[in-house]
Design a protein around this ligand. Structure first.
Ligand code: SF4
Ligand code: SF4
Length: 422
């Protein structure tokens, strides 16, 4: 098979599901579980041949100093540690001179023990750990197959990874239950677990039997759009006054990047899709993790090179559709520059507008002024965390008493503008 040419993407993100949709939990909102039905006669385990092909082709396709090898589920730890030990050897075999590999793995944490932690640390893995907040919120939808709580086991994984100095992010879904408790969720991660890297993932789950992206109704478990906006805004208000530079919320950073440089690296906030493909256990590649459906099958990496699939016309038109199908409401929206209509999977109505639009717009409006202040600080060589002092000064009178004017940062003259002009 020949190497890819220079007219192709120099990098992309190919996420592999070595255990397919198989999982040792049974979370109510999981869209992966149903995907197992796409492969009814399969054990849902990736062979070493497919694993090697994935790693080799991904490395071959990249013309960048770093390449990411990403494992996701289902639950990838079901493959056992030896599978991942072998993957490290395969990476060494194919890595180009001067190139480094960044390994990532997403897990529910249930199988994480001392051996896993040693391995993850030794090989510099970045772990995404799924946890939906304190026990009563986490247990709302994330339980094992018998309906039992796994909260204590996940918290144990947090402590073990911290003790072993494993790098990890918390992946917290925002659903109908925990969306009503934004500060409880945020403070749990900040104060109790001391996990500074947070990724919030809105649950927008279609209400149908196929679990494919069909129909225009969402389940009761899904987050309400306006509640999603409130959830983000309340956490933002706490973060921007106390935690900038100490806590890292991926969505806030993504929106701030748009204010600073005009674009974000977060796929949901980019104008087009197409650079985030997903690989099933048998080598089938799909357009995106959220589009593992027959219509979005690109091919199989045992028969075609990953680079050819990622750069195929089919994938290009999938990527462009995000922009091409934007409704008038988005095209005229003042926040299009950062939102770009968010993820196409959430555009569920015939109008094409995103289910989360109301909440997103409320969040963008609510955070506009502080985002502008931070953007000016950064563009003028300052640090974003200086905003905390700016807001404290504004919200405190000469005697050091609170002015109760929190809302004023949305309306008044912006002291950051003066700093930014220096
Ligand atoms: S479909 Fe959604 S999740 Fe997939 S690449 Fe596009 S924005 Fe990202
Ligand atoms: S906030 Fe709503 S209208 Fe504006 S770009 Fe996003 S989805 Fe479209």
């Amino acid at each position: 098979m020949k190497n890819p040419d220079c007219s192709k993407l120099s990098s992309f993100h190919a996420m592999a599901k070595p255990a397919g949709a198989d999982c040792n939990l049974h979370c109510d909102y999981c869209f992966f579980l149903k995907k197992a039905e796409l492969y009814p006669d399969s054990r849902l385990r990736m062979s070493d041949e497919v694993m090697e092909t994935y790693i080799r082709q991904t490395i071959e396709s990249h013309r960048t100093p770093a390449v990411t090898i990403a494992w996701q589920g289902g639950e990838p730890t079901l493959m056992g540690l030896d599978f991942f030990r072998r993957s490290i050897e395969i990476e060494k075999k194919y890595l180009k001179p001067g190139m480094r590999v960044e390994n990532t793995i997403q897990t529910n944490g249930v199988l994480i023990n001392e051996h896993w932690c040693s391995f993850l640390r030794e090989n510099n893995f970045l772990v995404g750990l799924s946890l939906d907040g304190p026990k009563k919120l986490h247990d709302a939808y994330r339980r094992d197959r018998s309906g039992n709580s796994v909260f204590d086991r996940v918290v144990r994984a947090v402590k073990l990874m911290q003790a072993h100095d494993v790098q990890f992010n918390i992946l917290c879904t925002i659903n109908a239950v925990n969306s009503k408790h934004p500060l409880e969720v945020y403070r749990f991660f900040r104060d109790e677990l001391q996990t500074p890297y947070l990724q919030f993932i809105p649950i927008v789950e279609r209400d149908n039997d196929t679990r494919f992206l069909e129909g225009d109704r969402v389940t009761e478990r899904s987050v309400r759009s306006e509640q999603y906006g409130r959830f983000l805004s309340e956490i933002f208000d706490e973060w921007v006054r106390k935690d900038v530079g100490k806590m890292f919320v991926l969505f806030f950073d993504g929106v701030l990047a748009s204010w600073v440089r005009g674009y974000s690296n977060l796929c949901v906030l980019r104008p087009t899709c197409g650079e985030n493909v997903v690989l099933e256990h048998n080598g089938d590649m799909y357009s995106c993790d959220h589009f593992v459906e027959p219509d979005h099958l690109l091919g199989n990496i045992r028969k075609a090179h990953i680079s050819d699939l990622v750069n195929s016309d089919k994938q290009k038109s999938f990527g462009a559709a995000k922009h091409v199908t934007l409704p008038k409401q988005c095209l005229e929206c003042e926040y299009l520059f950062t939102c770009h209509g968010e993820c196409p999977k959430n555009r569920i109505s015939d109008s094409g507008i995103n289910y989360l639009c109301e909440g997103l717009k409320a969040f963008f409006r609510h955070t506009e002024k502080p985002m502008q202040i931070m953007a000016r600080l950064l563009k003028s060589g300052h640090f974003a965390d200086e905003i905390m002092q700016i807001l404290a000064d504004k919200e405190t009178d000469r005697n050091g008493c609170p002015t109760n004017k929190k809302g004023d940062i949305h309306n008044e003259r912006d002291p950051g503008a003066e700093r930014g002009q220096r």
